[in-house]
Ligand binder design. Structure first.
Ligand code: GLP
Length: 257
């Protein structure tokens, strides 16, 4: 794992978008793993503004609420169409999310796993960080080997996400999510976290012991995971100086400085 500290949210967002854009340019038929949440909105704005060719890309999202139609403005399908897909030339039939309205959830999850495998797996997976330490909707005690499945949401997550709903009490309490094991199979992972309110959970995720209580700690096991943060989110990391040195000095990042 490596941590890149950017001076502010804009710079962190910009670097994240550039890394995704590089993949799309170097492998036009790439498979992108996408995330939702407020943090991602600016990443998608930047990606859309870059006018890249997504026509051969396939995308798989991490998760979807159970019980929301794709036309519901709080569903993650709606979010993705609205924030990204309608602004780029990806073919909508190449964009996948788990179907939170499926009749048989177990079959839906198995189908989703099979689809990802049939496409050769995820080339680059984008992740946000929930305040409960989740990636996707892998709430505390999610097995580090877990696969796509149904998951009940914690109070922390409901508190974090329900203000987005017109009636907060309408937020579904359950979701379908790729498992931690599914996410760890992506060839490359980028996690983006910004803002002071992520500082505490980020420090645990990056520098704490690996535990199923904080599924983001499992990223420490991944051979190619880049965590991009702003100064606010980085404020509780003990090795901040070292991480800053890496970005300033490692040849890999020269083109991005
Ligand atoms: C939701 C998603 C997560 C995302 C998180 C972060 O809970 N299921 O995948 O990482 O939101 O949200 P935000 O960016 O709004 O803090």
């Amino acid at each position: 794992m490596e941590v890149l500290i950017m001076p502010n949210r804009k710079a962190a967002t910009n670097l994240t978008a550039k890394l995704i854009a590089n993949k799309v340019k170097t492998k036009p038929s790439c498979v992108l793993g996408l995330a939702t949440g407020r943090t991602m909105e600016e990443v998608y704005d930047e990606l859309a503004a870059m006018k890249l060719d997504f026509s051969n890309c396939t995308t798989f999202n991490l998760d979807e609420y159970i019980g929301l139609e794709s036309t519901d403005k709080n569903s993650y399908r709606f979010y993705m169409n609205d924030h990204l897909f309608k602004k780029i030339n990806v073919k909508l039939y190449n964009t996948y999310l788990p179907n939170g309205m499926a009749k048989n959830m177990k079959e839906e999850c198995e189908k989703y796993e099979r689809l990802m495998a049939d496409h050769g797996g995820i080339d680059i997976q984008l992740l946000g960080l929930g305040k409960s330490g989740h990636i996707g909707f892998n709430e505390p005690l999610s097995s580090l080997f877990s696969r796509t499945r149904e998951k009940a949401l914690t109070h922390t997550t409901i508190e974090q996400n329900s203000p987005i709903f017109d009636k907060p009490e309408d937020m579904p309490k359950r979701a379908l999510t790729m498992g931690v094991g599914t996410i760890l199979e992506a060839k490359k992972i980028i996690m983006l976290a910004t803002g002071k309110d992520k500082a505490e959970i980020l420090a645990k995720a990056v520098e704490g012991p690996i535990t199923s209580m904080i599924s983001a700690t499992a990223l420490q096991l991944h051979p190619s995971c880049t965590v991009i943060v702003d100064e606010d989110a980085a404020s509780l990391l003990t090795e901040r100086e070292y991480y800053r040195w890496i970005f300033q000095n490692e040849p890999e990042w020269e083109a991005f400085r």
